[in-house]
Design a protein. Structure first.
Lengths: 288, 435
């Protein structure tokens, strides 16, 4: 909305408006970054009081006086974070790879094919991804258990491969795919599968990136499901170790912050690597 | 764009392959070595893994034929996890039991009765109240791992700075809640007048949990449930209970000597340990936790009671239970493990490592350097004389959740009568399911 007095605004007032906006953005960015900076600073601090510099707020909250990496070493060597990070990377990457294949094909089928009950299937997918996990954990556990998969890698990976959000994302993406290309390929005698693998998938970069990040993050952050579905010590996942640092009778803040930082690095790296494509993929959402 | 994507994809695949190989390899190796040993699946509290490893080391060394799969579950997920695991077809062999949930698990048939497996004389060293808490309808279902107690911690420097006399520091010598309020009024300090005190008078460590709040009501003669545990109407909303709840709510609202909404016990402890409050009602583990604050000068007074009321203090702890569905060839190993964890040595070791109160007398004798100070003497006196266990009911989980909601609402300003009437209605509905 442009007010009448803005039309003839002088360069000076435009510059000050710009400065004002930049300052506003900087403030919002600082508000979002401050807790992260605090977590990082706390993870580098020796174990001790958490609130010493928090109230009243001091700049020293964000700059540790004698920074140390000891909390990270302790987390990796004595708290089992090394194995948990390996386990979580294995589970998240495997699920993401399998998930890309399954969900892209499902999304393509829902967007490009005509078959009876298509809308019903799509509705079921939407309901499945909107249902809160707490509501389905017991039946899901029973299903996994009846397949004899409890306490295995499969129990961690398989239930997360099909992802309603990713299917929705692919469906929206393929909805906009030029129909002429598909028809031309079909006329030339290509099977649907070949068409999908050789024509459609190679040009699905943004959707693949967005879905990979979604599925990876979902698995990386899983906490309750691993506790009930793959509970042996050898399957311990990263978030379980992070959450274990909090207890009513003793929270180890230094370990909590160090494990939190360690467990944030891989998803952050993945996100930054795929950020551009991810945003384009997610941006395709509102399309049609 | 394609280049970035192909780099990302290659990275993903490489990570998957490099992480999969050791992971799968480890699985095979573990399976091979497990063939000879009895493997016990143990669901345990997610206490610091390094400390737990230290406590378990002597057991593993002495029992090479037993392999432990310790599944440490974070406190905030523990009860939910146990609900799913115990109801499933593959429950853990051994699991940690929060004392008041013994009845609930026993009622649903999750726990192995131990009467014919544990000798009477093995229980002699445990506090009778701890053994009693392991029973349901007269049958022993678990072994006591820890006990607990609470008292009034105070910041000596704050008391001295404002010239206020310190509370008594002798076993059994307690001040009244009315006196605590008086002290809290004097020691709530808002020096810059911004309406946000720099020092609060009183903190409650578990500020909406029945564990720490029931003794207030019990001090006035109230009890949360009928003696047979079947009804809460007329008990949890009795006149005495409401009076105690009003006192509690006033601390946060009318009197403003306690901060509203700090519900997380570890955060409350940080507040107290960094000098932002004069007093804290807290459990025994704070003797160890508060010592971790450099230069923090604190003392402990016995748990307060109301003027003219009786001295009542919280207790109860963790138990070790064995699954009723444990395969028979694992039972001996499970019993051996449960005996070890509740032994004099392991109880004392855990007290030394983490500061929880042992549930057996001889563990205190085992560590004179830790326990022979006045703070532990104050708490031990109360554990033997004034401790009141939480009510025994198979609906404890639901009872606790509803009562916690009520305390929470009262802390945020709800009327105690209304909140407790509502709690009584909801608790009785849950209790009816178990009749």
């Amino acid at each position: 909305m442009i007010g009448p007095n803005r039309i003839g605004a002088s360069p000076l007032s435009r510059a000050s408006l710009l400065a004002f906006r930049v300052a506003g953005y900087a403030l919002v960015a600082a508000l979002f970054l401050a807790p992260l900076a605090w977590v990082l600073a706390s993870s580098l601090r020796r174990p001790g009081p958490l609130y010493q510099y928090a109230s009243p707020l001091s700049w020293r909250l964000f700059i540790p006086d004698r920074p140390t990496l000891a909390n990270f070493a302790h987390a990796l060597t004595s708290l089992g974070m090394d194995r948990a990070l390996r386990n979580t990377a294995f589970v998240a990457v495997t699920t993401a790879l399998a998930g890309l294949v399954v969900n892209s094909m499902a999304g393509f089928a829902l967007a490009a094919l005509s078959f009876p009950g298509k809308n019903m299937v799509f509705a079921a997918v939407m309901v499945a991804f909107m249902a809160p996990f707490d509501a389905i954990v017991i039946p899901l556990h029973r299903a996994v258990s009846s397949m004899g998969l409890v306490n295995s890698w499969a129990a961690l990976i398989l239930p997360a491969v099909g992802n309603g959000m990713a299917i929705f994302l692919f469906r929206q993406f393929y909805h906009e795919y030029p129909k002429e290309i598909l028809e031309a390929a079909r006329v030339d005698g290509a099977s649907w599968l070949r068409l999908f693998w050789q024509v459609v998938l190679p040009s699905s970069g943004p959707a693949l990136a967005a879905a990979a990040v979604l599925i990876f993050m979902h698995q990386w952050n899983s906490l309750f499901w691993p506790l009930v579905a793959a509970y042996s010590e050898k399957y311990t996942m990263a978030q379980v170790i992070v959450a274990s640092q909090i207890a009513v009778d003793g929270t180890r803040w230094a370990s909590l912050f160090a494990t939190s930082v360690l467990s944030s690095i891989p998803p952050m790296m993945l996100f930054f690597l795929l950020q551009k494509h991810y945003l384009r993929g997610i941006g395709g959402f509102g399309g049609n | 764009m394609k280049r970035v994507l192909s780099v990302a994809l290659t990275l993903l695949i490489l990570t998957a392959v490099t992480t999969a190989l050791p992971a799968v390899g480890a699985g095979v190796g573990a399976a091979a070595s497990a063939a000879a040993a009895t493997r016990l699946e143990v669901v345990w509290m997610g206490w610091p893994k390094d400390l737990l490893d230290e406590q378990l080391a002597p057991f593993l060394q002495a029992n090479p034929d037993i392999e432990l799969d310790i599944q440490a579950v974070p406190f905030n997920q523990l009860f939910q996890t146990l609900e799913v695991r115990l109801a499933s077809s593959q429950p853990p062999d051994v699991f940690i039991v929060d004392g008041p949930l013994t009845a609930s698990y026993a009622h649903r048939g999750y726990l192995m009765p131990l009467d014919s497996l544990i000798y009477e004389e093995e229980l002699a060293e445990f506090f009778p109240a701890s053994v009693e808490a392991c029973k349901y309808r007269g049958v022993l279902y678990a072994l006591p791992y820890t006990s607990s107690a609470a008292g009034l911690y105070f910041n000596i420097d704050i008391f001295n700075e404002y010239g206020v006399e310190l509370p008594p520091q002798k076993p059994g010598d307690r001040i009244t809640w009315e006196h605590v309020l008086e002290l809290a009024r004097r020691l709530t300090v808002d020096s810059n007048g911004d309406g946000q005190p720099e020092v609060w008078g009183l903190l409650i460590e578990q500020s909406d949990r029945p564990y720490q709040l029931l003794p207030l009501a019990e001090s006035l003669g109230a009890r949360p449930l009928s003696p047979d545990g079947s009804t809460s109407e007329g008990f949890v909303n009795s006149e005495a209970f409401i009076k105690a709840a009003r006192f509690y709510g006033d601390l946060f609202n009318a009197e403003k000597v306690s901060p509203v909404g700090i519900l997380d016990a570890p955060v409350v402890r940080e507040y107290f340990g960094s000098g932002k409050a004069a007093m804290m009602l807290g459990a025994e583990w704070n003797i160890s936790r508060l010592a971790e604050f450099e230069g923090f000068n604190f003392g402990l007074s016995a748990h307060p009671a109301f003027e003219g009321g009786r001295a009542v203090t919280p207790t109860g702890g963790w138990h070790v239970g064995i699954s009723s569905r444990i395969p028979s060839d694992k039972l001996d190993a499970a019993l051996h493990f449960a005996r070890y964890m509740t032994s004099r040595e392991a109880s004392a070791a855990w007290a030394r490592l983490f500061g929880n109160a042992p549930a057996r007398r001889d563990a205190y004798e085992a560590l004179p350097d830790l326990f022979s100070n006045y703070m532990w003497e104050v708490l031990l006196y109360d554990m033997e004389h004034t401790a009141s266990p939480r009510p025994v009911t198979p609906a404890y989980l639901e009872f606790e959740a509803r009562l916690k909601d009520a305390f929470n609402a009262i802390q945020f300003g709800a009327d105690p009568t209304e909140a407790l009437n509502e709690a009584a209605r909801l608790i009785d509905r849950e209790l009816a399911r178990y009749r």
